[in-house]
Design a binder for this molecule. Structure first.
Ligand SMILES: Nc1ncnc2c1ncn2[C@@H]1O[C@H](COP(=O)(O)OP(=O)(O)OP(=O)(O)O)[C@@H](O)[C@H]1O
Length: 500
């Protein structure tokens, strides 16, 4: 190997000899051999997606030993390669070279300026991608970028009009933890290899748990990688209104042209398709067309495909034909990590004890956690006081006083059972007649409304039911309550009785 192939290297004779002792004469050959071994080890699609497109690393001899410097196209790929393949690559390079090799990853400098049409999106995506990689929930959160003009809290404010993606909702700003591990891993896979496995990807879970954030992250990551990709995010209701508009104008070809040409369709809250036959038909057509051309579809919902009501079975069975993953409510450590990360993004880092205090008291979902944090930070700012547990207690006193009234799930079960004249034991039983199932659903709904218990905790207290069953009950009764005055009155009476 020549010195030119090893920029900056001061070769010691024995290591240099190691490298040239076999048939290896250049970093390209070292890389080719390592790749050949990795290719034998990895599923072909993974290898072709992540490793094959990489240019060979430079090999330099630093005072600590050999370093292979591998450049990758963007931050997202760097994070993925670092977590998934770096260890294996280091081992293989070490084997091939015959001496320890350290792998150093760097993002490739961008040499081709984006086209005018791509520029704003690329700039937004690059900015959104430039933060620290998404950490482990237990790892300290990365400090926020001082220049970040957009914020994951900002909701729709920074949405690019064409693809409706919010550039602030990225993998970088999504805290990883046990609750979203499966969904996040699947989403990362799709972002790296859209049209491949896990198609469609169906993500379900309760309100405010990060489903929307995750699908935006996939769109933003794909655009950072391929700025020309045709990506569209939309809420199911926007699809419904598009269908209605095109129905009135008889312009179904336009609708088809819009949806069938995408590379990635991200569609939120598909439970809203319930009872909308024409929408379901058009979505079915789009779904089939996109899958046939290997475009990727990611959907979110409040329940798993088979739990969806009033949606045609030919659709729900297709929803389930790729990968279906749940996002669970975050556990305590993850809630703390989220609070710390978000407070840093706000430029007001939260002391750990205060983060634990808030996380212990706000358990329902991340949106509520964000709301509580906002209250505490605003309270500190306006009162010019330090953020302490005492201050947090004061800022959140309304929320805490609701909890202190301590309406327990058992109390709810008993009150509801008395009201509808069924046995309390039926709250835990597997019996399904409507005369029992409905009061049980009402009790689940009230448990969610009036206590701080998470969906899995409520499910457990109702005879070990799955959290999606609870979610279904909460949505169903909540939805019916809006239309059914009799039910609304009954619920009102029950609530007043329970609140005392
Ligand atoms: N793991 C996480 N890390 C950081 N922020 C999160 C995380 N999970 C959720 N959030 C934030 O919580 C808020 C609510 O999340 P999101 O809107 O994605 O929830 P959702 O599951 O889509 O809820 P809904 O069903 O009500 O639409 C957002 O501001 C999102 O950025």
């Amino acid at each position: 190997m020549s010195d030119a192939a090893l920029p900056g290297a001061a070769l010691t004779p024995d290591l240099s000899a190691t490298l040239v002792s076999g048939a290896l004469s250049s970093p390209a050959e070292v890389w080719a051999q390592a790749c050949a071994r990795l290719a034998a080890d990895l599923p072909e699609q993974q290898f072709n997606t992540w490793i094959k497109p990489l240019a060979e690393p430079s090999l330099t001899l630093e005072p600590e030993g050999w370093t292979a410097k591998l450049t990758v196209p963007n931050r997202f790929k760097l994070d993925w390669i670092r977590t998934q393949y770096a260890g294996r690559l280091e081992g293989l390079l070490t084997d091939v070279v015959g001496a320890p090799v350290r792998l150093a990853l760097a993002v490739q400098a961008n040499t081709t300026p984006p086209t005018r049409a791509q520029a704003p999106q690329a700039a937004q995506a690059a900015q959104a991608q430039s933060g620290a990689p998404a950490g482990n929930a237990s790892a300290p959160a990365a400090p926020a970028r001082a220049t970040a003009p957009t914020n994951a809290w900002a909701g729709g404010t920074a949405v690019a009009p064409s693809n409706r993606l919010n550039p602030a909702l990225t993998f970088d700003t999504l805290v990883a933890g046990r609750a979203n591990q499966m969904a996040r891993t699947a989403a990362l896979h799709v972002a790296g290899a859209p049209g491949g496995t896990y198609n469609p990807l169906f993500i379900y879970g309760g309100v405010g748990l990060g489903k929307t954030h995750l699908v935006h992250a996939v769109g933003n990551a794909l655009l950072a990688d391929r700025p020309d990709a045709r990506v569209l995010y939309l809420h199911a209701e926007q699809f419904i209104s598009d269908v209605v508009k095109n129905y009135q104008r008889k312009t179904f070809d336009e609708l088809k042209a819009k949806y069938h040409s995408l590379d990635l369709l991200l569609i939120d809250d598909v439970q809203f398709f319930a009872g909308k036959d024409r929408t379901q038909e058009e979505f079915f057509n789009a779904f089939e067309a996109l899958l046939a051309k290997k475009a990727h579809i990611i959907m979110t919902s409040d329940t798993y495909p088979k739990g969806l009501v009033d949606i045609d079975e030919r659709l729900t069975s297709r929803f389930d034909s790729g990968l279906t993953v749940a996002i669970e409510p975050p556990e305590l450590e993850m809630r703390v990590a989220i609070l710390i990360r978000k407070s840093e993004q706000e430029g007001m880092p939260l002391p750990e004890d205060v983060a634990f205090f808030i996380a212990k008291n706000v358990r329902a979902n991340v949106r509520e956690l964000e709301g509580a944090l906002r209250k505490v930070l605003a309270f500190a700012k306006f009162s010019h006081k330090e953020v302490t547990i005492a201050l947090a207690r004061e800022a959140l006193k309304d929320l805490l006083s609701i909890q202190n009234r301590q309406i327990g799930v058992e109390n709810i079960q008993k009150t509801v059972a008395d009201f509808y004249k069924i046995k309390v034991a039926d709250m835990y039983s597997k019996k399904r007649p409507a005369s029992i199932a409905r009061p049980r659903q009402i009790a689940m709904y009230l448990a969610k409304e009036l206590t701080q218990k998470s969906l899995p905790e409520i499910g457990e207290l109702f005879g070990g039911r799955d959290h999606t069953t609870v979610l279904h009950a909460v949505r169903k009764i909540g939805g019916e309550r809006q239309k059914n005055t009799e039910l609304n009155q009954q619920l009102h009476v029950l609530e007043q009785t329970l609140k005392g």
